[in-house]
Design a protein around this ligand. Sequence first.
Ligand code: ADP
Ligand code: ZN
Ligand code: MG
Length: 501
Amino acid sequence: MRSRQIESGLVCAPMLEGASWEAVIGLEVHAQLLTRSKLFCACDVTFGAPPNTHVCPTCLGLPGALPTLNAEAVRMAVKAALALGGEVQEKSRFARKNYFYPDLPKGYQISQYDEPFCKGGAVTITLPPAHEGGEPCTKVARLTRIHMEEDAGKNLHDFGGGSVVDLNRAGTPLIEIVGEPDLRSAKEATEYLRALRDELVFLGINDGNLEEGSLRCDVNVSIRRAGDSTLGTRVELKNINSFRFVEKAIASEIERQKDVLETGGRVVAETRGWDEKTGTTYSLRSKETAQDYRYFPEPDLPLLVLEDAFVDRVHAEVGESPRDKRARFVQELGLTAQAASVLTQHPRIAAFFEEAATLFGDTIKVANFIQSEVLRDVTTQGLKAKFAISATQLAKILDLVRSGEISGKQAKELYAKVKWTDGDPRATMSELGMSQVIDPKAIEQVCAKVIADHPKQAADLKAGKKQLFGFFVGQIMKATKGSANPELVNAMLERLLGTTK
Ligand code: ADP
Ligand code: ZN
Ligand code: MG
């Protein structure tokens, strides 16, 4: 199969408190593909343009205008499918999903229905140990399918005193990733969403922005008696735009359903929203009578045929998954799981770390310095990231520490001086007269003077008052404005005072 290997793993199903109920959760995730133009026309997809400035007869749904499929969108969709281990279908079909809404001028959305371009796949998640000292648990949550579809427009209210329908977004390419109801807790669901977002962002096909809606998720929640094999009635939670809210909304919805069932009621199939103020979900609309979209094959588009050669080419573009990258950072580069996770929070941060690590060699020193200094200045926007220094400058700073020319503390000061400039760290170090005193003669002179200036403390230290060692180190650092090499200072003091630290 042309896909990344789906690793099988332990399936852990945490039961609800009291173990009498089990939550069942399945996510439908819509991801905007980062193409330049729309799915069926050449209009620009730039976010934030004045309303209705990126529209044409096709995305306005004018009579007689015909759709033309965007090849770049197909390439990105296939890339996602392969990375998620799905089976890309040689033949798939677009279909019309008919409904009426002001933001849908054609009266239908072009989507895929019973012949999606991808079936199956999975998202692997790792959950923290269930109890202290336990093993983290890996779970493989299966995907039902992935299909391509166009986005609808947007109704803007309170716009210039009225409401407008903005069709800039109409026709934006999306993939919908439909998950099986394999998730069993709010935590599992958020981890799933996080893993999925990471995957898409590292593929470079989505910017992972829940707040701006370029990644959207509908959460289906039901509960059942632990041990039951049939599914309970599900409620769909819509329009939740942050990881924190997703987790809170699911947890609250599980509790609500438990209360309903325990007081003899029944869960109604409906769509609910999340109210952050009250911390509860509220009913948006009933789903008891399923809406009939009267799907039918899109007559204006031919069957989509994805040839093996094309799929193979796209497959070659699928790089290392963020999950594999994290594992490699730990196993091969010696990082802690925590550091690996911090350094893979964004693809550009991971790339920066890898570049600097290759240049400098000592991966742990690079990882530490990036975490303590560089990340404080990094700004990310979508798939872009801005760094205050280059990987080359970083490696040069660390080189100066390795050669003993500056101390670790001075490296941080040097970073602060070099950042946002294209300055050479060594030149900046010299300009600032920063270089560390590594000449043993010079250090011996300072040590001898400090000892001579503090005869009482020296005597006490020699008599066994070891805590005074730190006092002498402090005095020497003060006398040298922090530039003395600490190892040399320690060694010299030990020698001159005839004592150990
Ligand atoms: P729709 O398009 O109406 O939302 P789907 O059949 O496509 O319906 O189901 C969508 C999602 O609902 C899937 O992610 C699936 O995992 C989830 N789901 C289905 N049944 C249940 C259930 N009983 N409890 C929780 N989630 C469910
Ligand atoms: Zn258009
Ligand atoms: Mg749904």
